[in-house]
Design a protein around this ligand. Structure first.
Ligand code: SF4
Length: 474
């Protein structure tokens, strides 16, 4: 494991206003253990580190020593495959992670055809609303699976913990404890955290742009140079899933699950054309309908692509699908735009955050808007400076946006917000193509600002459903 900086544990604890005793109670360990960590006499285990990150609303990287962090940054970025994840919504930790855990368990134990899953902590408390049980049952289908919500057990290694049990004639044969650690990633107990390699050397827009200029290539070509040979195939799958979620979302009707009685609106938006509708109004209506379609599929627990997250999954597909329908861009051109968006999203993920729990909605919808603006810039064959400016405008005007989903469901304000961000992305590209030579703020600077703003946002506005719109009770 990489070295933990003792002072960082103390600083984060103090920032949360917790005493050593209070933190020790939350972790279910002695306060002497906390004191030893903060003095550098011992280090937290991987499980405790994950729990600390959850309690402090921080990243695991935030605990690493500065030297280690710098080394990590200098190494570059991970594959875009880790950014664009295919899975079932509405939440990377509550549906994608459990789905992945069940699939891995089934692969490891092909002889088992009867299952039970016990959900603990946050998975138990908000699992019904997120449809965690439905996703688990669907994943094991056609085999039977009983899902149990355990609300009382507190001595768990991570707030999102689950036990997957393989049965034979109702008797337990094998059991695995798994933690859904965010972004759709899972950690099986007793396994160490496996860090995937950074396949990109660069980690700033300015470095990437100068590489592209030196080699006379576009951003998507730069990414293809660094990704594995099966990358095109994967991105093709990504685009197909995005298109499917739009098509299915436009056909869907009824009410979203979770109890808020939110009606699905993509179909009615798509069909409600006025006789005297202008071209601009039609464009807005279409783009919004596509964004609603994906976001409603996400909220319904259907398959989507994180772009960069489940909650913000509708922005990028909406603008690209609209352009393909309107101007007949080929799938190959769309993939090039998608890869360009991926480079932008990866830079934000690496240098700041794409998590609402960490930096508020600016990190989810703001990032999605920047990705969509960059994708459009590529589709319109804009210069790299204009693409950078479009992405910068898109994120700059989302700075400070809070994450306050009502009842913790990814519905209000999330679905509408995807539609608004898709339209903003279109405006950002348009503005960038006129004003690019007068810009003052680089994309790298705005990412840094987003990270700092996210740190300064108070905790209730970071996916806790304790403040803002989430205080409204229907
Ligand atoms: S409000 Fe929160 S949950 Fe909803 S899209 Fe924004 S970051 Fe995601």
């Amino acid at each position: 494991m990489q070295k933990i900086e003792p002072k960082k544990i103390k600083d984060l604890r103090m920032r949360q206003g917790l005493s050593q005793q209070e933190l020790s109670r939350l972790l279910g360990i002695s306060d002497r253990a906390i004191s030893k960590w903060e003095l550098g006499y011992s280090q937290p285990s991987a499980n405790h580190l994950i729990a600390l990150a959850q309690i402090f609303g921080a990243n695991i990287e935030d605990f690493l020593s500065t030297a280690e962090t710098k080394k990590e940054e200098i190494q570059g970025m991970k594959s875009l495959v880790e950014l664009f994840k295919i899975g079932k919504g509405p939440s990377s930790s509550h549906t994608m992670g459990p789905e992945r855990a069940c699939k891995v368990f089934m692969e490891q134990h092909p002889e088992i055809n009867e299952f039970q899953v016990v959900l603990y902590g946050s998975l138990a408390k908000t699992g019904k609303g997120h449809g965690t049980d439905k996703v688990i049952k669907k994943t094991f289908s056609p085999f039977p699976c009983d899902v149990v919500f355990n609300f009382t057990k507190t001595d768990i290694p991570h707030p999102n913990t689950m036990d997957i049990i393989g049965l034979k004639c109702g008797i337990e044969i094998i059991k695995a404890r798994v933690m859904s650690i965010g972004g759709g990633s899972v950690l099986f107990e007793n396994e160490s955290i496996v860090q995937t390699p950074n396949i990109y050397r660069e980690h700033t827009f300015s470095d990437i742009a100068s590489y592209c200029k030196t080699h006379s290539i576009r951003l998507w070509q730069y990414a293809v140079e660094r990704e594995n040979p099966d990358f095109w195939e994967y991105m093709n799958r990504v685009w197909n899933v995005m298109k499917t979620s739009i098509v299915c979302g436009l056909e869907d009707e009824g009410v979203l699950p979770g109890g808020l009685s939110v009606k699905k609106k993509a179909k009615s938006l798509f069909l409600s054309q006025h006789i005297d509708e202008s071209a601009e109004t039609r464009e807005n209506r279409m783009v919004c309908a596509f964004a609603f379609a994906v976001s409603e599929q996400n909220a319904s627990g259907e398959q989507i692509v994180t772009a960069p997250t489940c909650g913000a999954a509708g922005v990028l597909p909406a603008v690209l699908y609209y352009q393909q329908q309107k101007n007949g861009y080929s799938d190959r051109q769309i993939l090039q735009a998608l890869i360009t968006a991926g480079v932008v999203g990866n830079l934000i993920k690496t240098n700041a955050s794409i998590s609402g729990a960490e930096c508020g909605c600016q990190a989810e919808i703001g990032s999605a808007c920047a990705m969509a603006a960059a994708a459009l810039g590529e589709l319109f064959l804009l210069d790299i400076e204009k693409i950078e400016y479009a992405a910068e405008i898109a994120i700059e005007h989302h700075l400070g946006l809070t994450c306050d989903p009502i009842c913790g469901l990814v519905q209000i304000p999330c679905i509408e917000r995807n539609a608004v961000a898709a339209m903003r992305a279109i405006n950002a590209v348009s503005l960038a193509s006129f004003l690019w030579d007068s810009r003052k703020i680089s994309f790298d600077k705005v990412i840094k600002t987003m990270k700092e703003t996210g740190r300064d946002l108070s905790a209730p506005y970071k996916e806790t459903s304790e403040a803002g719109l989430a205080k409204i009770v229907f």
